[in-house]
Design a protein around this ligand. Structure first.
Ligand SMILES: Nc1ncnc2c1ncn2[C@@H]1O[C@H](COP(=O)(O)OP(=O)(O)OP(=O)(O)O)[C@@H](O)[C@H]1O
Length: 452
C-alpha cells in the first residue's frame, strides 16, 4: 500500500556533510516527504525546539557532539518520533548505543539507496503506528503489575528494529512475547519464523539457518532456502540461542553486522532485512565467561532486554490464565468447566510451578483428557513445586495489601474474586467457598457494598 506522506511534518536530516544531507533530502522528497536540514548538533536542537519532525535521520558523528545526544533529546521530547542514525562504515560503531538510547534503527555508510528507502518507509509506518501500536499483546494474559509492565515494554520495543533478547525460565512465555513484539510492530504482516536452535543437529544448523546450494555438502541433494531468507522482511526468533555451535555464532554475528548472508556454496550474498529476537533460559554471561558463547555476539543480540517473570512471582494471574487456557482447550467440549473452584485455585496458588505457564497448561489439559472434575489432587502438585506460604495465592492476592493489614488483604481478595465473577455475588461466593450472606456481611463490614 502506498502511504500518503503529505500530511506529515517535515523530516529532520542532520549531517555535517552537505552532500549527504542532499542525498537523504532528495530521497525523502522523492517519497513525498518534506525535509529540513541541520549541519550540527546545535542546529538540530534548534530545529527540535521549533516542533516535532515526522522522523529524523542523523549522523552519529557531528562536529559539535554525538548524534546519540540528539537521539536522547528527541526521545525525551518526542518519544514517538522515529529516529535512525548513520554510522561510519567499518564497524557500525555506536549503533548498539544509539538503539539503546532510543533510535529505531541504524544505517552504515556508504548509504545504499534501496536500504535507505526501506528505512524511511519503516520510519513513516512507525510514525503512523497508533500510540498503543497495532496491539499484538492480547494473548499475553495476566493483569498483575509485572504482566502489565511487560505488555507496555513489548509495545515500546515493537516500535524499533533493535535486536531484543528475552530471558526467563522455561515455559514463561518467551516465544509468546517474541510473537507479540512482531505482531505489534510495523513488520506484523511479514513472516515470523521461530527457530529452536537447540533442536537442530550441529552439522545441519548452518544450512538450516543460512541455506545451501545444491551439492554444497555431501547430502545437499537440493537447494535449501534457509530460515533467514524465509523470514526476510519480518522477524526471526532464535530460541535457545545459547545452543548454537561456535562456528555458527561467527556467521550469525556477521549476518547481524553486515545485514546479509551467503548460503553454503553460494557465490553471492543475499541482503537481509530482519528483526532479530533471541531467547534463552541459560545465563549467556556465564557462557561468555566459560568461553562457549561469543561476547561480541551477545553484545549484538542483547541490545534491548526483556525478562519474563516465573509464574510463582505473579500467582495472582493464575485464575485468569486458567480460565483462558480452559476456554481454549476445553471450549469445544460441552460440559467442561471453564472456571476452577476457589479450593482448586488456592491449591494451584500454593504451588511453585517450576514449569511455569506451560506446566499449568499441561495440568489443565490432563484434567480435561481424563474428564475429571476440576479438583487437582495433591499428588499432581509434586513436592518439588511446593512453596512457602509467603508466595501462596492468598498472600499473592496482594502482598502489599497484606502488609497494610488483614482488612486490606481481605478487601483485595473480595475485589479480585468479584472481578473474576464479573460482579456476580453468587459466583464470587462460590469461588471463595462461602455463602452469599457471609460474602455480603464481609462486604458491608468493609464498606465495599458498592463494588458488586
Ligand atoms: N502470559 C501468558 N498468557 C497466556 N499464555 C501463556 C502466557 N505465558 C505463557 N503462555 C503459554 O504457555 C506456553 C509456553 O509458552 P512459550 O512457549 O512462549 O514459553 P517459552 O518461555 O518460550 O518456553 P521454552 O523456554 O520452554 O521454549 C505456551 O502455550 C504459551 O501460549
Amino acid at each position: 500500500m502506498m502511504a500518503d506522506f503529505s500530511v506529515l511534518p517535515p523530516a529532520l536530516i542532520v549531517d555535517d556533510e552537505p552532500n549527504i544531507v542532499e542525498l537523504l533530502g532528495i530521497t525523502l522528497q522523492g517519497m513525498g516527504i518534506a525535509v529540513t536540514g541541520a549541519y550540527s548538533l546545535a542546529e538540530a536542537f534548534a530545529r527540535l525546539a521549533e516542533g516535532a519532525p515526522s522522523l529524523c535521520l542523523s549522523d552519529l558523528r557531528l562536529p559539535d557532539g554525538s548524534g546519540i545526544d540528539l537521539v536522547r533529546r528527541l526521545h525525551a521530547l518526542h518519544p514517538r518520533v522515529p529516529v535512525a542514525v548513520i554510522t561510519a562504515y567499518s564497524s557500525a560503531d555506536g549503533a548498539v548505543e544509539a538503539m539503546q538510547a532510543g533510535a529505531f534503527d541504524y544505517m552504515a555508510k556508504p548509504i545504499e539507496l534501496t536500504r535507505l528507502r526501506r528505512l524511511i518507509s519503516q520510519a513513516v509506518d512507525l510514525a503512523r503506528l497508533s500510540p498503543m501500536g497495532s496491539d499484538g499483546t492480547q494473548r499475553l494474559v495476566g493483569d498483575s503489575p509485572v504482566m502489565r509492565r511487560l505488555r507496555d515494554d513489548i509495545r515500546r520495543v515493537a516500535r524499533s528494529n533493535a535486536p531484543v533478547h528475552i530471558t526467563g525460565e522455561s515455559g514463561t512465555g518467551k516465544e509468546l512475547a517474541a510473537r507479540a513484539i512482531h505482531a505489534s510492530g510495523v513488520r506484523h504482516d511479514k513472516p515470523f519464523v521461530a527457530v529452536n536452535c537447540g533442536a537442530i543437529p550441529d552439522g545441519l544448523v548452518e544450512s538450516e539457518l543460512f541455506g545451501a546450494e545444491k551439492g554444497a555438502y555431501s547430502g545437499a541433494v537440493q537447494r535449501r532456502e534457509g530460515l533467514f531468507v524465509a523470514a526476510n522482511g519480518g522477524t526471526i526468533f532464535l530460541d535457545e540461542v545459547g545452543e548454537l555451535p561456535m562456528m555458527v555464532q561467527v556467521k550469525l554475528l556477521r549476518a547481524i553486522q553486515e545485514r546479509s548472508i551467503r548460503p553454503l556454496g553460494a557465490s553471492r550474498e543475499i541482503p537481509l532485512d530482519l528483526r532479530f529476537i533471541s531467547a534463552t533460559h541459560r545465563n549467556l554471561q556465564e557462557m561468555v565467561v566459560a568461553g562457549s558463547f561469543r561476547r561480541d555476539l551477545l553484545y549484538r543480540l542483547d541490545v534491548v532486554r526483556l525478562h519474563m517473570p516465573p509464574l510463582r512471582e505473579h500467582p495472582e494471574d493464575i485464575p485468569q490464565l486458567a480460565e483462558v487456557i480452559l476456554q481454549r482447550i476445553g471450549g469445544a467440549q460441552p460440559g467442561v468447566p471453564t472456571r476452577l473452584s476457589a479450593g482448586t485455585l488456592a491449591r494451584l496458588g500454593g504451588y511453585a510451578f517450576p514449569g511455569n505457564v506451560r506446566e499449568l497448561e499441561n495440568l489443565l489439559e490432563r484434567r480435561i483428557a481424563l474428564q475429571r472434575d476440576d479438583i487437582l489432587p495433591e499428588e499432581e502438585l509434586t513436592s518439588s513445586g511446593r512453596v512457602t506460604p509467603e508466595n501462596s495465592v492468598l498472600a499473592a492476592v496482594s502482598a502489599s495489601a497484606a502488609a497494610a493489614g488483614l482488612d486490606t488483604a481481605e478487601a483485595a481478595l473480595l475485589r479480585q474474586m468479584l472481578g473474576q465473577a464479573g460482579g456476580d455475588r453468587h459466583h464470587a461466593a462460590d469461588l471463595l467457598g462461602v455463602s452469599v450472606q457471609s460474602l455480603e456481611l464481609r462486604l458491608s463490614r468493609l464498606s465495599l457494598e458498592e463494588i458488586a
